[in-house]
Ligand binder design. Structure first.
Ligand code: ZN
Ligand code: ZN
Length: 339
C-alpha cells in the first residue's frame, strides 16, 4: 500500500475516534508493510507539512507497535527527527529504538527540565546505559518504566515474551476453548463477594473484581486454586468506598476464547490503537507507568501476566484489569486502571 494511502487511512481512523477500520483493522495493515513501504511511510510522514506533530506520532506509534518486517529497530532517522520536533512523544514509539538512541537521549538530558521530559522515552529503550542513567534519578517510574527493572544488579524483565490474545466468542465453540470467567468458591475478605477466575491458561489468574478497582489485591495458590492472600491490607481509599463496594457484585457476562492471531510483545502496549487489548503476556497497556506490585512474600517485583478490558467482562465495563504473578512464590496480584 502506498505511503499516502496509509497516512490517509490512519488519519481517517484518528478522526473517527479510533473506531475499527473499514477494510480491516489498521494494525493489520501496518503489520503487512514491507521494509520498503515502512521506510517510505516514515520519510513521507516526516516530510509532510500538513500534519501536526501529534498526528504524525500516531503513524509512528502504529509503526512501532506493529511493523516488524523492517527488523527489530525502526530507523534512527525517525528518532533524530522526533528529538528535533518534540520531547512530548509517546514512549511506546521508543520501544523500537536501537541502543544508540538511548545514548542520544542521555546526551540531550542536560538540565533537570530536559531530564524529566526525556526519562519516559529513555525508559522504553532497554539498554544497560538507560538502566544506569535511570537508577541515578528520582524519576517516579524509574524503577519499572519500560516493563523492566534492575534487581540484584541485573535487568529483570517484568513481562513474558509469549503473547496469547483473546477474542469474544460467539458461543458456538467447544467448551474447552472458552475462558472461564467464573466466580469461584472463595470469598474476598474485604467485601465478602466471591473471587472471580479470569484466565486459566498458563496458570489461574483471578481476583475480587470490585476491590481490585481500588487497590492491588493479592492472591496465593492453594492446591492449584486461587485463594485470598492474608497479607492484603485494606487501604484508606477502599475503606472510604466500602459502601459502593458492598453494593453489589456484577456477574461477568462475556465469553472469550483464545484467538489464533500472532502477536508480538508491543501489540497491546498502547490504549490508543484499534486492537483488542485482552491478552496474556507481552507488554501491558500503559507499560510505562503501571504499578507493578512487589510480591508480599519475597518482596521481588511481580511479573505482568495478563490484562483484560473491563468491557470484556461487563457490558458497560471500562478500564483495564492487570494481573501479575511471582514465579518464586506462585502469588498473584491484580490492579486496575480506568484511563
Ligand atoms: Zn472485594
Ligand atoms: Zn514472591
Amino acid at each position: 500500500m502506498s505511503a499516502d494511502r496509509m497516512l490517509e487511512l490512519t488519519m481517517e481512523l484518528l478522526e473517527s475516534g479510533m473506531m475499527w477500520g473499514e477494510v480491516k483493522p489498521l494494525y493489520k495493515l501496518y503489520e503487512e508493510l514491507s521494509p520498503k513501504e515502512t521506510a517510505e511511510l516514515i520519510d513521507y510522514t516526516i516530510d509532510n507539512q500538513k500534519l501536526d506533530s501529534w498526528d504524525k506520532q500516531v503513524v509512528y506509534l502504529y509503526l512501532a507497535l506493529y511493523s516488524y518486517q523492517i527488523g527489530e529497530y525502526l530507523p534512527d532517522k525517525l528518532y533524530t527527527h522526533l528529538m528535533k520536533e518534540t520531547w512530548d512523544s509517546y514512549p511506546e514509539i521508543f520501544l523500537r529504538a536501537a541502543p544508540q538512541v538511548a545514548e542520544m537521549l542521555i546526551d540531550a538530558a542536560k538540565t533537570e527540565e530536559m531530564r524529566a521530559q526525556i526519562m519516559p522515552l529513555l525508559s522504553a529503550v532497554r539498554t544497560e546505559k538507560s538502566a544506569e542513567f535511570l537508577a541515578g534519578t528520582d524519576h517516579r517510574w524509574e524503577d519499572t518504566a519500560g516493563g523492566w527493572c534492575v534487581e540484584k544488579g541485573k535487568i529483570k524483565t517484568l513481562y513474558r515474551e509469549e503473547v496469547i490474545p483473546f477474542e469474544e466468542s460467539p458461543g458456538t465453540e467447544e467448551e474447552d476453548r472458552w475462558v472461564p470467567l467464573k466466580r469461584i468458591d472463595r470469598l474476598c475478605r474485604f467485601c465478602r463477594h466471591p473471587l472471580t477466575l479470569i484466565f486459566n491458561q498458563k496458570e489461574p489468574l483471578g481476583s475480587c473484581l470490585v476491590c481490585s478497582c481500588y487497590q492491588t489485591i493479592y492472591t496465593r495458590m492453594e492446591q492449584g486454586e486461587i485463594v485470598w492472600h492474608e497479607k492484603n491490607k485494606k487501604t484508606e481509599i477502599l475503606e472510604q468506598c466500602m459502601d459502593r463496594v458492598l453494593d453489589g457484585y456484577p456477574n461477568p457476562e462475556r465469553k472469550l476464547r483464545r484467538s489464533r492471531e500472532f502477536r508480538r510483545i508491543t501489540y497491546s502496549a498502547s490504549v490508543m490503537t484499534d486492537i483488542s487489548h485482552t491478552q496474556l503476556g507481552g507488554l501491558p497497556c500503559r507499560f510505562d507507568h503501571l504499578d507493578y506490585p512487589d510480591c508480599p512474600d519475597c518482596g521481588e517485583k511481580m511479573i505482568f501476566a495478563g490484562q483484560i478490558e473491563g468491557q470484556d467482562i461487563w457490558e458497560w465495563g471500562d478500564g483495564m484489569y492487570y494481573f501479575y504473578v511471582c514465579e518464586n512464590c506462585s502469588n498473584g496480584a491484580c490492579n486496575y486502571d480506568q484511563t
